[in-house]
Write a protein that binds this ligand. Structure first.
Ligand code: TMP
Ligand code: ASP
Length: 259
Protein backbone atom coordinates (compact mmCIF):
# COMPACT_ATOMS: atom_id res chain seq x y z
CA UNK A 1 0.00 0.00 0.00
CA UNK A 2 1.20 3.50 -0.75
CA UNK A 3 2.76 5.51 2.06
CA UNK A 4 0.10 7.13 4.16
CA UNK A 5 0.15 10.09 6.45
CA UNK A 6 0.31 9.16 10.12
CA UNK A 7 -2.29 11.04 12.14
CA UNK A 8 -1.86 9.65 15.63
CA UNK A 9 0.27 7.14 17.48
CA UNK A 10 -1.16 5.53 20.60
CA UNK A 11 0.35 2.94 22.91
CA UNK A 12 -0.85 -0.10 20.99
CA UNK A 13 -2.07 1.31 17.68
CA UNK A 14 -1.28 3.85 15.01
CA UNK A 15 -3.87 5.73 12.95
CA UNK A 16 -3.13 6.71 9.38
CA UNK A 17 -5.11 8.71 6.88
CA UNK A 18 -7.47 6.37 5.05
CA UNK A 19 -7.84 5.88 1.28
CA UNK A 20 -11.07 7.91 1.20
CA UNK A 21 -12.21 10.96 3.15
CA UNK A 22 -13.85 9.98 6.41
CA UNK A 23 -11.82 6.79 6.73
CA UNK A 24 -8.71 5.88 8.70
CA UNK A 25 -6.35 2.95 8.70
CA UNK A 26 -5.88 1.49 12.16
CA UNK A 27 -2.55 -0.34 12.55
CA UNK A 28 -2.04 -2.79 15.44
CA UNK A 29 1.45 -2.73 16.99
CA UNK A 30 3.06 -5.48 19.05
CA UNK A 31 3.76 -3.00 21.84
CA UNK A 32 2.22 -3.64 25.23
CA UNK A 33 2.06 -1.05 27.97
CA UNK A 34 0.51 -1.03 31.41
CA UNK A 35 0.11 1.26 34.39
CA UNK A 36 0.03 4.35 32.25
CA UNK A 37 3.07 3.49 30.20
CA UNK A 38 5.36 2.67 33.16
CA UNK A 39 5.65 -0.92 32.02
CA UNK A 40 6.48 -1.59 28.39
CA UNK A 41 7.37 -4.55 26.25
CA UNK A 42 6.89 -6.01 22.82
CA UNK A 43 4.76 -9.14 22.52
CA UNK A 44 5.63 -10.54 19.11
CA UNK A 45 2.50 -11.28 17.13
CA UNK A 46 0.08 -9.48 19.48
CA UNK A 47 -0.86 -6.89 16.86
CA UNK A 48 -1.78 -9.57 14.32
CA UNK A 49 -3.91 -11.42 16.85
CA UNK A 50 -5.66 -8.29 18.12
CA UNK A 51 -6.37 -7.05 14.60
CA UNK A 52 -8.08 -10.34 13.79
CA UNK A 53 -9.92 -10.66 17.11
CA UNK A 54 -11.09 -7.06 17.00
CA UNK A 55 -12.36 -7.56 13.44
CA UNK A 56 -14.32 -10.61 14.51
CA UNK A 57 -15.78 -9.10 17.68
CA UNK A 58 -16.65 -5.74 16.08
CA UNK A 59 -18.46 -7.58 13.27
CA UNK A 60 -20.37 -9.71 15.75
CA UNK A 61 -21.34 -6.66 17.81
CA UNK A 62 -22.40 -4.94 14.58
CA UNK A 63 -24.66 -7.91 13.82
CA UNK A 64 -26.77 -7.18 16.92
CA UNK A 65 -27.37 -3.65 15.65
CA UNK A 66 -24.68 -1.70 17.47
CA UNK A 67 -22.97 0.72 15.09
CA UNK A 68 -19.17 0.45 15.09
CA UNK A 69 -16.33 2.27 13.35
CA UNK A 70 -15.11 -0.97 11.77
CA UNK A 71 -15.34 -1.22 7.98
CA UNK A 72 -13.02 -4.07 6.98
CA UNK A 73 -9.70 -5.69 7.74
CA UNK A 74 -7.06 -4.76 5.16
CA UNK A 75 -4.20 -7.07 6.04
CA UNK A 76 -2.49 -8.80 8.96
CA UNK A 77 -2.03 -5.64 10.99
CA UNK A 78 -4.38 -3.07 9.53
CA UNK A 79 -8.06 -2.39 9.36
CA UNK A 80 -10.10 0.29 7.65
CA UNK A 81 -12.30 2.23 10.07
CA UNK A 82 -14.57 5.25 9.94
CA UNK A 83 -13.07 8.47 11.14
CA UNK A 84 -14.98 9.48 14.26
CA UNK A 85 -14.63 12.15 16.89
CA UNK A 86 -13.53 10.15 19.91
CA UNK A 87 -15.48 10.85 23.08
CA UNK A 88 -12.74 11.24 25.72
CA UNK A 89 -14.10 8.53 28.01
CA UNK A 90 -13.02 5.00 28.84
CA UNK A 91 -16.25 3.16 29.48
CA UNK A 92 -15.56 0.17 31.72
CA UNK A 93 -18.12 -2.58 32.29
CA UNK A 94 -17.50 -4.96 35.20
CA UNK A 95 -19.19 -8.27 35.97
CA UNK A 96 -16.71 -9.74 38.43
CA UNK A 97 -14.40 -7.79 40.74
CA UNK A 98 -10.80 -7.48 39.51
CA UNK A 99 -8.16 -4.80 39.05
CA UNK A 100 -9.00 -1.29 40.15
CA UNK A 101 -12.38 -2.00 41.72
CA UNK A 102 -10.84 -4.69 43.92
CA UNK A 103 -8.07 -2.35 45.00
CA UNK A 104 -10.23 0.73 45.47
CA UNK A 105 -13.13 -0.90 47.31
CA UNK A 106 -11.36 -3.86 48.88
CA UNK A 107 -13.45 -6.48 47.07
CA UNK A 108 -11.63 -9.77 46.59
CA UNK A 109 -10.76 -10.55 42.97
CA UNK A 110 -13.17 -13.04 41.55
CA UNK A 111 -16.18 -11.84 43.55
CA UNK A 112 -19.29 -11.81 41.37
CA UNK A 113 -20.70 -8.28 41.43
CA UNK A 114 -24.36 -7.87 42.47
CA UNK A 115 -25.01 -6.51 39.00
CA UNK A 116 -22.98 -5.28 36.05
CA UNK A 117 -21.36 -1.97 36.89
CA UNK A 118 -20.54 0.68 34.27
CA UNK A 119 -17.86 3.25 35.08
CA UNK A 120 -16.49 6.23 33.18
CA UNK A 121 -12.85 7.28 33.25
CA UNK A 122 -11.43 10.39 31.61
CA UNK A 123 -9.06 9.56 28.77
CA UNK A 124 -6.14 11.63 30.03
CA UNK A 125 -2.83 9.80 30.50
CA UNK A 126 -1.26 12.81 32.21
CA UNK A 127 -3.89 12.53 34.96
CA UNK A 128 -3.79 8.73 35.11
CA UNK A 129 -7.29 8.34 33.57
CA UNK A 130 -9.28 9.43 36.66
CA UNK A 131 -12.62 7.85 37.55
CA UNK A 132 -15.54 10.20 36.85
CA UNK A 133 -19.05 10.61 38.14
CA UNK A 134 -21.74 11.10 35.48
CA UNK A 135 -22.02 14.67 36.77
CA UNK A 136 -18.44 15.38 35.67
CA UNK A 137 -19.09 13.94 32.22
CA UNK A 138 -22.11 16.10 31.53
CA UNK A 139 -21.08 19.23 33.45
CA UNK A 140 -17.78 19.49 31.60
CA UNK A 141 -19.44 18.59 28.31
CA UNK A 142 -17.41 15.46 27.54
CA UNK A 143 -20.74 13.91 26.56
CA UNK A 144 -24.31 15.14 26.72
CA UNK A 145 -26.86 13.38 28.95
CA UNK A 146 -28.47 11.93 25.79
CA UNK A 147 -25.12 10.65 24.53
CA UNK A 148 -24.36 9.15 27.90
CA UNK A 149 -27.73 7.35 27.92
CA UNK A 150 -26.97 5.87 24.53
CA UNK A 151 -23.43 4.91 25.56
CA UNK A 152 -24.74 3.19 28.70
CA UNK A 153 -27.37 1.29 26.75
CA UNK A 154 -24.81 0.16 24.12
CA UNK A 155 -22.30 -0.81 26.81
CA UNK A 156 -24.85 -3.02 28.59
CA UNK A 157 -26.00 -4.66 25.35
CA UNK A 158 -22.40 -5.32 24.34
CA UNK A 159 -21.78 -6.79 27.79
CA UNK A 160 -24.73 -9.18 27.58
CA UNK A 161 -23.79 -10.23 24.08
CA UNK A 162 -20.07 -10.71 24.69
CA UNK A 163 -20.66 -12.46 28.03
CA UNK A 164 -22.70 -15.09 26.21
CA UNK A 165 -20.34 -15.30 23.27
CA UNK A 166 -17.33 -15.92 25.52
CA UNK A 167 -19.13 -18.30 27.84
CA UNK A 168 -19.90 -20.38 24.76
CA UNK A 169 -16.16 -20.90 24.28
CA UNK A 170 -15.36 -21.51 27.94
CA UNK A 171 -14.30 -17.99 28.92
CA UNK A 172 -15.69 -15.66 31.59
CA UNK A 173 -15.87 -12.00 30.65
CA UNK A 174 -14.77 -10.35 33.89
CA UNK A 175 -14.62 -6.75 32.67
CA UNK A 176 -13.74 -4.69 29.61
CA UNK A 177 -13.16 -1.15 28.37
CA UNK A 178 -14.95 0.51 25.47
CA UNK A 179 -14.46 3.76 23.61
CA UNK A 180 -17.12 5.50 21.58
CA UNK A 181 -17.02 8.15 18.89
CA UNK A 182 -19.34 10.59 17.16
CA UNK A 183 -19.99 9.95 13.52
CA UNK A 184 -21.97 12.26 11.24
CA UNK A 185 -24.12 10.63 8.60
CA UNK A 186 -25.48 13.46 6.51
CA UNK A 187 -26.78 15.84 9.19
CA UNK A 188 -27.33 13.15 11.79
CA UNK A 189 -24.87 12.39 14.54
CA UNK A 190 -24.54 8.79 15.62
CA UNK A 191 -22.65 7.29 18.52
CA UNK A 192 -20.51 4.39 17.31
CA UNK A 193 -18.27 1.89 19.06
CA UNK A 194 -14.63 2.71 18.24
CA UNK A 195 -11.11 1.64 19.26
CA UNK A 196 -10.77 -2.16 19.53
CA UNK A 197 -12.19 -5.25 21.19
CA UNK A 198 -9.36 -7.56 22.21
CA UNK A 199 -7.71 -9.17 25.27
CA UNK A 200 -5.75 -5.91 25.64
CA UNK A 201 -8.97 -4.25 26.81
CA UNK A 202 -10.82 -7.02 28.60
CA UNK A 203 -10.30 -9.56 31.32
CA UNK A 204 -11.08 -13.11 30.27
CA UNK A 205 -10.74 -16.05 32.63
CA UNK A 206 -10.97 -19.69 31.69
CA UNK A 207 -14.44 -20.79 32.82
CA UNK A 208 -13.14 -24.03 34.35
CA UNK A 209 -9.85 -23.00 35.94
CA UNK A 210 -10.09 -19.17 36.25
CA UNK A 211 -6.76 -18.98 34.45
CA UNK A 212 -6.16 -15.44 33.15
CA UNK A 213 -6.24 -15.24 29.35
CA UNK A 214 -5.70 -11.50 28.85
CA UNK A 215 -3.36 -8.57 29.36
CA UNK A 216 -3.19 -9.18 33.12
CA UNK A 217 -0.61 -11.85 32.21
CA UNK A 218 1.56 -8.97 31.01
CA UNK A 219 0.62 -6.51 33.79
CA UNK A 220 1.40 -9.11 36.44
CA UNK A 221 4.49 -10.69 34.81
CA UNK A 222 2.83 -14.07 34.51
CA UNK A 223 4.36 -14.91 31.12
CA UNK A 224 2.58 -16.72 28.32
CA UNK A 225 0.91 -13.56 27.06
CA UNK A 226 1.01 -14.45 23.38
CA UNK A 227 -0.03 -18.04 24.09
CA UNK A 228 -3.07 -16.80 26.03
CA UNK A 229 -4.12 -14.42 23.22
CA UNK A 230 -3.61 -17.22 20.71
CA UNK A 231 -5.79 -19.51 22.77
CA UNK A 232 -8.58 -16.92 22.85
CA UNK A 233 -8.31 -16.54 19.06
CA UNK A 234 -8.27 -20.31 18.64
CA UNK A 235 -11.42 -20.71 20.73
CA UNK A 236 -13.08 -17.96 18.70
CA UNK A 237 -12.21 -20.09 15.68
CA UNK A 238 -10.13 -17.36 14.07
CA UNK A 239 -6.47 -18.10 14.83
CA UNK A 240 -4.74 -16.64 11.76
CA UNK A 241 -3.19 -19.41 9.66
CA UNK A 242 0.15 -17.62 9.63
CA UNK A 243 0.19 -17.59 13.43
CA UNK A 244 -0.84 -21.21 13.59
CA UNK A 245 2.03 -22.16 11.27
CA UNK A 246 4.49 -20.09 13.29
CA UNK A 247 3.37 -21.65 16.57
CA UNK A 248 3.62 -25.12 15.10
CA UNK A 249 7.11 -24.33 13.81
CA UNK A 250 8.21 -23.26 17.27
CA UNK A 251 7.00 -26.52 18.67
CA UNK A 252 8.95 -28.38 16.02
CA UNK A 253 5.83 -29.62 14.30
CA UNK A 254 6.10 -27.74 11.06
CA UNK A 255 6.75 -29.63 7.86
CA UNK A 256 10.30 -28.93 6.66
CA UNK A 257 10.28 -25.85 4.50
CA UNK A 258 12.68 -25.21 1.63
CA UNK A 259 14.67 -22.00 2.00
P1 TMP B 1 -9.09 -1.73 35.63
O1 TMP B 1 -9.54 -2.76 36.62
O2 TMP B 1 -7.61 -1.52 35.60
O3 TMP B 1 -9.84 -0.44 35.79
O4 TMP B 1 -9.48 -2.28 34.19
C1 TMP B 1 -10.80 -2.57 33.84
C2 TMP B 1 -10.84 -3.08 32.43
O5 TMP B 1 -10.53 -2.06 31.52
C3 TMP B 1 -9.84 -4.20 32.15
O6 TMP B 1 -10.45 -5.15 31.33
C4 TMP B 1 -8.71 -3.53 31.42
C5 TMP B 1 -9.37 -2.37 30.74
N1 TMP B 1 -8.52 -1.20 30.69
C6 TMP B 1 -8.10 -0.72 29.47
O7 TMP B 1 -8.42 -1.28 28.44
N2 TMP B 1 -7.33 0.40 29.45
C7 TMP B 1 -6.94 1.06 30.56
O8 TMP B 1 -6.24 2.08 30.48
C8 TMP B 1 -7.38 0.55 31.83
C9 TMP B 1 -6.98 1.22 33.11
C10 TMP B 1 -8.17 -0.57 31.83
N1 ASP C 1 -3.31 0.56 28.64
C1 ASP C 1 -2.98 1.32 29.80
C2 ASP C 1 -1.54 1.74 29.80
O1 ASP C 1 -0.78 1.45 28.95
C3 ASP C 1 -3.34 0.68 31.10
C4 ASP C 1 -3.52 -0.80 31.19
O2 ASP C 1 -4.03 -1.42 30.28
O3 ASP C 1 -3.15 -1.36 32.23
O4 ASP C 1 -1.10 2.41 30.69
Amino acid sequence: MARRRQLYEGKAKVLFEGPEPGTLVQYFKDDATAFNNQKKDVITGKGVLNNRMSEYLMERVGQIGIPTHFIKRLNMREQLVREVEIIPLEVVVRNVAAGQISQRLGIAEGTQLPRSIVEYYLKADELGDPLLAEEHVTAFGWATPQELDEILSYALRINDFLTGLFLGIGLKLIDFKLEFGRYWEEEEMRIVLADELSPDNMRLWDAQTDEKMDKDRFRRDMGGVREAYQEVARRLGILPEEVQAEAAAEMGQAPKSVH
